[in-house]
Design a protein around this ligand. Structure first.
Ligand code: PHE
Length: 344
């Protein structure tokens, strides 16, 4: 019997179960009613009295060993099962779907980046403005049509009372320029990005709000050549080194002389296509030398200082860059549209 105990002891020490079922099979093999260890206890009755003490101790030790080994393994399987049921908080997460930046933000940032390289800094101002900052100080005549309710959204001072009021939603970010000119001393070199509002019917080509970036540079001896050079630099950085610009005389109340700038069509390269209406040129911004009346209205001595200003629609530039045909896509938050900018 002593031999059998030793043999079983070695087996129990080496026993291994890969899963809970195999472990149960081991328990049955050794410890169940007909198990091999249990069988030895049955045989123990026939052992001579003088050997009982020693063999009894060894048998008990064998049973304890087998029970402990099986219980330990069972606990391990149970712990593993419990862990599998619970989320593992230390695991690396699955890739999360990333959002994308809005195309108007991408283009706005790019424009700011280009001008910041030649010294422009960003200034922002309120969207709800007064007449003075949007029109008055910018040399708009009192009867200018932009002051008409058909063109501009006025803010009611009292409910139901629409006029007279001089509070309105800004129609251009030139209002930020008047704020900067009245609070800062030249040299001034600022970019004014922001949302502007105009009373237009919403269609593919017009919206009641859109985004502008305007620029203003005031210093001694600023000339139209400086303006042209800055805009040529911008056009080449934004649309490629081959881009050409063309300045056409125009009119704005706050600049004299004024111009509109075209760039060579970046879709056909200037040879003529549907986008540029076969002209080879597309208009992208308005600009000019700040009218001395504006400088004086803002408290800047127009005999000492001169300046240039320009303003562009961010939607227009985005349209050229990403060929977005319908303006409404920019504000409808259709994820099928927005997702296309994920890698930009
Ligand atoms: N404020 C003009 C607009 O909204 C753009 C502009 C800015 C033109 C500065 C000339 C100079 O259309």
């Amino acid at each position: 019997m002593i031999e059998r105990i030793k043999q079983l002891q070695a087996e129990v020490e080496a026993m291994y179960a890969a899963n809970a079922d195999e472990l149960e099979a081991l328990r049955i093999k050794y410890l169940s009613k007909k198990g091999e260890v249990t069988e030895l206890f049955n045989e123990f009755r026939n052992v001579p009295a003088e050997q009982k003490r020693e063999l009894g101790q060894q048998l008990n030790a064998l049973r304890t060993l087998a029970t402990d080994r099986i219980n330990t393994m069972r606990e391990q399987f149970e712990a593993a099962k419990e862990a599998a049921d619970k989320p593992d908080l230390t695991r690396t997460p699955d890739p999360v779907a990333l959002g994308s930046r809005h195309p108007l933000s991408l283009v706005k940032e790019e424009i700011i980046d280009i001008f910041s390289r030649i010294g422009f800094t960003v200034e922002e101002g309120p969207e709800v403005e007064d007449d003075r900052h949007v029109f008055g100080m910018l040399n708009f005549a009192p009867e200018h049509p932009a002051r008409d309710m058909q063109d501009t959204f006025f803010v009611e001072k009292e409910e139901g009372v629409q006029k007279p009021t001089d509070i309105l939603l800004r129609t251009h970010t030139s209002s930020v320029q008047t704020r900067v000119m009245t609070t800062q001393k030249p040299p001034i070199r600022v970019l004014c990005p922001g949302r502007v509002y105009r009373n237009e019917a919403i269609s593919a080509r017009a919206h009641c709000f859109f985004h502008q970036i305007e620029g203003l540079y005031i210093d001694r001896n600023v000339s139209f050549a400086d303006l042209r050079q800055a805009l040529l630099y911008f056009a080449k950085e934004m649309f490629g080194a081959d881009t050409q610009i063309r300045l056409r005389p125009s009119y704005f109340p706050f600049t004299e002389p004024s111009a509109e700038m075209d760039i060579s069509c970046n879709i056909c390269g200037g040879t003529g296509c549907g986008f540029c209406k076969q002209t080879g040129w597309v208009e992208i911004l308005g600009c000019g030398m700040v009218d001395p009346n504006v400088l004086e209205a803002c408290g800047i001595d127009s005999k000492q200082y001169s300046g240039y200003a320009f303003g562009m629609g961010v939607e227009r530039i985005t349209n050229l860059k990403y060929r977005v045909k319908d303006l409404r896509l920019f504000s409808e938050n259709d994820v099928r549209f927005l997702r296309q900018f994920e890698s930009c």
